[in-house]
Design a protein around this ligand. Structure first.
Ligand SMILES: Cc1ncc(COP(=O)(O)O)c(C=O)c1O
Length: 389
C-alpha cells in the first residue's frame, strides 16, 4: 500500500495514522473545488501531496486555530457544564461500566468509549426493566432476552448470567432509585474502528438507572401505518442497538400527529410498533395478538397474555389468541392497544383514518393496564425482584 503523508486538523500529530486504512477514509473529507476559498485565507493554506494522491490536501490554519486543545480535566469540566446547561427531564442516578469495573453516580462520568464496536458499528444489544416501589419488574424475563439477543449478535457474555444480574441489582441499589427504569447494554467492547470485532479486547456491560416519577397514561392515542420498512425477522427478533428504523418510524408518527407508527410485515400482516407490541379485542371478545416469530417478543405482552386469563375466568373475554392478524381484522376490532415496558397498556382510539371501536378507551385495555400496574406493585416473586437498598 502506498504511504500517505498528510496534515490533519489535529494538533498532536503523533496520533495521525501513517497508513491509508479504511477508517482513515471515513474521517477525512477534502474539498475538490477550491473556488470557494477566500483569497486572504490562501496565505494560510499548506498543500501536501502524496505519491498515491492526485489531489492536493488542504489545511487552513485560520480555521483550525479557534478550536481549543483541552486537557483531560478541562474536557471533564466541559462535560459537566454541558450536562448542567442541557439538563433534561430525566435524572440519571447511577451507571455501571465494566470498563470502570464499578458504579458511578456523577453524571459527568457516565460515558462509554468511542471505540466500542457498539458506538461505531452498532454491535451491541440492550434491554430494560422498570423499577417500581423498590422492586425490579420482570428483571429475569428481560435478562433472558438480552442473553438471547447477545447470542444472536454473536457477542460472548462479559460475565455469567448471575454476575450480570448481581451487577444490575447493585447498580439500582447504589442509585437509591425507587421508581424509574434500569437500562443495560452488552456490547462487543472497545478495540479499534474496524468492521470486524476481532480487535475488540473484551465484551462490555453498561447499565444506567433513570429516575421517572411520572404516572402511566391511559388516555387513548392515535397511530398510523409506518412507511418505514420493518426490520427483517432476524433483526426484529433481537433487541440490538440498531433502532434507526424505529426512530424514523416514531418521527413519522409524530409528524402526522400520532403517537406511534405500526409496522406491517412483508405479507402485509400487523407486526408491532417501534418500541411496543400491539393487541386487539375482536368483535367476538377475543384478545388477539400478532405472532412473535417476526417481531420482538415483548416481556410486557407475554405478561399481559398471562394476566388476561383473569378476564377469561370473569367472562369478560371469550378467548386469547396469538395468531396472524390482518390489517382489516385489526381496524374493525372493538379495541386496539399498544403494550410494552414504556407504555404498559395504552388504548388506541384511531388507526390511520379508522376510528377503533366507539372511538373511546376500551374497558379491556383499561382493565389490562390496571392488572399490569397491580402486578408491578404486588405481583409474585417471579416478576418482582426486591432491591436491597
Ligand atoms: C420493537 C419493540 N417491540 C416490542 C417492545 C416491547 O417489549 P417489552 O414489553 O419487553 O418492553 C419493544 C420494547 O422496547 C420494542 O423495542
Amino acid at each position: 500500500m502506498a504511504s500517505l503523508s498528510v496534515s490533519l486538523p489535529i494538533y498532536n500529530k503523533s496520533h495521525v495514522p501513517t497508513r491509508q486504512t479504511d477508517h482513515f477514509h471515513d474521517l477525512c473529507v477534502f474539498p475538490r473545488n477550491l473556488s470557494h476559498i477566500k483569497q486572504g485565507s490562501l496565505r494560510n493554506l499548506r498543500i501536501v501531496t502524496s505519491s498515491s494522491q492526485t489531489e492536493p490536501l488542504i489545511e487552513s490554519t485560520d480555521k483550525l486555530s479557534d478550536i481549543p486543545l483541552l486537557s483531560c480535566s478541562e474536557a471533564t469540566e466541559k462535560l459537566k457544564q454541558n450536562r448542567e446547561t442541557h439538563r433534561g427531564k430525566q435524572q440519571f442516578l447511577a451507571m455501571y461500566s465494566s470498563i470502570f469495573g464499578g458504579i458511578v453516580t456523577d453524571e459527568t462520568a457516565m460515558v462509554i468509549p468511542m471505540d466500542d464496536h457498539m458506538v461505531h458499528r452498532g454491535h451491541g444489544v440492550f434491554d430494560t426493566a422498570a423499577i417500581m416501589d423498590g422492586y425490579l419488574y420482570e428483571l429475569d424475563q428481560h435478562l433472558d432476552r438480552i442473553i438471547r439477543s447477545s447470542s444472536m449478535a454473536k457477542i460472548v457474555l462479559p460475565f455469567d448470567r448471575e454476575t450480570i444480574r448481581r451487577i444490575l441489582i447493585q447498580t439500582v441499589r447504589a442509585s437509591k432509585c425507587r421508581k424509574g427504569s434500569l437500562r443495560y447494554w452488552i456490547s462487543a467492547g472497545p478495540g479499534d474502528f474496524q468492521l470486524s470485532p476481532s480487535g475488540c479486547h473484551q465484551p462490555a456491560l453498561y447499565a444506567i438507572v433513570i429516575e421517572d416519577q411520572s404516572l402511566f397514561d391511559s388516555k387513548g392515542i392515535k397511530v398510523v401505518t409506518s412507511s418505514i420498512p420493518i426490520k427483517p425477522p432476524q433483526f426484529a427478533t433481537m433487541k440490538s442497538v440498531n433502532y434507526l428504523p424505529n426512530v424514523l418510524s416514531k418521527m413519522e408518527a409524530e409528524e402526522k400527529g400520532a403517537y406511534a407508527a405500526i409496522w406491517l410485515d412483508t405479507d402485509g400482516l400487523v407486526a408491532e410498533g417501534p418500541n411496543m407490541n400491539v393487541a386487539f379485542v375482536t368483535k367476538e371478545k377475543e384478545l388477539l395478538m400478532p405472532n412473535f416469530d417476526k417481531i420482538l417478543s415483548g416481556c410486557t405482552a407475554k405478561r399481559v397474555l398471562a394476566l388476561a386469563e383473569g378476564l377469561l375466568r370473569d367472562g369478560k373475554l371469550y378467548g386469547i389468541r396469538v395468531d396472524n392478524v390482518s390489517v382489516e381484522e385489526g381496524k374493525r376490532a372493538d379495541e386496539m392497544m399498544l403494550i410494552g415496558s414504556g407504555v404498559l397498556v395504552r388504548p388506541v382510539v384511531q388507526w390511520d383514518e379508522q376510528v377503533i371501536g366507539d372511538g373511546k378507551e376500551g374497558p379491556i385495555s383499561q382493565t389490562l393496564l390496571n392488572y399490569i400496574i397491580e402486578d408491578m406493585k404486588s405481583g409474585p416473586s417471579s416478576v418482582r425482584v426486591p432491591v436491597p437498598y
